[in-house]
Ligand binder design. Structure first.
Ligand SMILES: Nc1ncnc2c1ncn2[C@@H]1O[C@H](COP(=O)(O)OP(=O)(O)O)[C@@H](O)[C@H]1O
Ligand SMILES: [Mg+2]
Length: 284
């Protein structure tokens, strides 16, 4: 958890005071055409054996970008490197033009301030209400008053449809609501980019589809860029503007683009098979 908040915001005493609402959540830079994330020649792994080698791709501002791949292919690892949590073997990750790999100190914190994260294992604190959970990054990384923080926490929770549950403990709400509260917490500091690792893991298909709808809505209404790890086909087709598919065997990207096109047009039989396996229509 300590690392979670450190990747989600600036140090104590940081000047900038996030406020809820879409107007404040749209910094100027989003209008330009440059990729908001540039991954270049990235090699990652644990110990001596790389999981991914010389990987390069861009994420465009405002899009929902999905990272796909089999279990153990390195999706979570790639995501952790994109948010500067792990040091790569080589290469660079530029967030809004600044290299998170090379940045240190204040420069690094300035980059981290632009991103919010929901980890695969990222759970809420069970002994704290939903509002208290969302307050955490604000208390840690801003000098706003308690009343201001409460207001923002409530706004974030109402953004994800939990206005009536701010005083509930995580155990008192459903799994889908817990995920939405975790997204609200990741959005507490008004990030430009939200990273979600397998947000719908463990949810039933209907709840998962509701979460997909929420992600789309936040993307459309707030202009937040999403980087989402998932391997669930209905989610991919529901939310993804573009995908990359990584593969352990080639230690790299085996497909990139619009998943609807990859399903029918990819020349790689494995990619086509992935997109056509148990493909099912979305519940509406
Ligand atoms: N901290 C770690 N130390 C060593 N090996 C790890 C660590 N984290 C993950 N791995 C290994 O790296 C591979 C990729 O893991 P991961 O990125 O979690 O895959 P995915 O998210 O695609 O399922 C797996 O074989 C996993 O066991
Ligand atoms: Mg994972």
């Amino acid at each position: 958890m300590e690392r979670e908040t450190s990747a989600a915001g600036p140090p104590q005493g940081a000047r900038s005071a996030p406020v809820g609402g879409s107007a404040a959540a749209k910094p100027q830079a989003w209008g330009d055409q440059h990729p908001i994330i540039r991954v270049r020649d990235l090699t990652v792994g644990y110990g001596d054996v790389p999981l991914l080698e010389h990987v390069s791709f861009d994420v465009r501002p405002g899009e929902i970008f999905v990272i796909l791949g089999g279990s153990g292919s390195g999706k979570s690892t790639l995501l952790k490197h994109m948010i500067g949590l792990d040091e790569p073997i080589g290469g660079s990750v530029l967030i809004d033009g600044a290299d998170i790999v090379a940045a240190r100190g204040d420069a690094r914190r300035a980059i981290l301030r632009k991103i919010g994260v929901m980890y695969q294992s990222g759970a809420l604190f069970g002994s704290m209400t939903l509002a208290q959970n969302v307050r955490l990054p604000l208390e840690e990384y801003t000098d706003l008053t308690s009343d201001e923080i409460e207001l923002i926490a409530r706004m974030k929770l109402s953004l994800v449809g939990l206005a009536l549950f701010t005083g509930h403990l995580p155990a008192e709400v459903s799994g889908g609501m817990q995920k939405r509260a975790a997204i609200a917490r990741a959005m507490a500091l008004d990030p430009m980019i939200l990273f979600l690792d397998e947000p719908s893991a463990g949810l039933d298909p209907i709840t998962s589809a509701e979460l997909d709808a929420l992600i789309k809505r936040l993307s459309r209404n707030l202009g937040v860029t999403f980087v989402v790890v998932t391997h669930e086909l209905p989610s991919i087709f529901a939310i993804a503007d573009r995908v990359i598919m990584i593969d352990r065997r080639v230690k790299g990207i085996i497909a990139e683009g619009d998943p609807r096109k990859l399903r029918t047009e990819s020349t790689d039989p494995w990619v086509r098979q992935f997109f056509n396996r148990e493909a099912e229509p979305q519940p509406t």
